[in-house]
Design a protein around this ligand. Structure first.
Ligand SMILES: CC(C)(COP(=O)(O)OP(=O)(O)OC[C@H]1O[C@@H](n2cnc3c(N)ncnc32)[C@H](O)[C@@H]1OP(=O)(O)O)[C@@H](O)C(=O)NCCC(=O)NCCS
Length: 137
């Protein structure tokens, strides 16, 4: 069974294995936990049998008008079971009092987010690839 939580108290880096699939220089589990702690909103999907985190979503918000959803991932072995959809729906619910809720995604994922009530838009980005693994200090 998959349970969903916004609490990080019982989460250790060891429970955050296998994420950032296909990232050439992925954040470590320690850095992953740090970014979860630094996000104004986070929801974890946990396999209640193993206790492992199998999916997560984060948002960063000013608490007044806007929020940005930088990260959503479900572990490969758990994909296509509705976990991603549940994480997105729970995050949209958490952010429903804000005016702007934005995320960036590849073109092939636009239908995925459209089905969940989001609209297409265009965006601009900077990527400092030398910092892809994250800043620990
Ligand atoms: C995108 C991702 C989070 C989806 O998670 P998931 O748990 O496998 O997705 P769900 O099971 O909730 O899928 C729900 C629906 O979306 C559809 N869907 C899943 N992946 C899709 C994709 N890449 N493109 C279009 N539709 C997709 C499913 O077919 C399903 O459709 P249905 O409700 O009509 O049956 C997951 O594939 C993932 O972690 N990808 C790698 C990281 C990533 O791309 N994150 C998003 C960054 S913006």
């Amino acid at each position: 069974m998959i349970k969903y939580t916004t609490e990080l108290e019982n989460i250790q880096p060891e429970s955050l294995q296998g994420f950032f699939v296909d990232w050439p220089n992925p954040p470590s589990p320690v850095t992953h936990l740090k970014l979860l702690n630094g996000s104004s909103h986070k929801i974890l999907a946990i396999d209640s049998e193993s206790g492992e985190v199998v999916g997560f979503i984060t948002a960063i918000s000013d608490g007044v008008l806007s929020a940005y959803i930088p990260l959503l991932e479900v572990l490969p072995a758990y994909k296509n079971n509705g976990i991603g959809k549940e994480l997105v729906q729970r995050m949209i619910e958490e952010l429903k009092n804000l005016y702007m809720v934005d995320l960036l995604c590849d073109d092939h994922l636009q239908p995925y987010y459209e089905k969940q009530g989001m609209m297409k838009a265009s965006g601009m980005i900077i990527r400092n690839y030398q910092h892809q693994a994250g800043i620990l200090e």
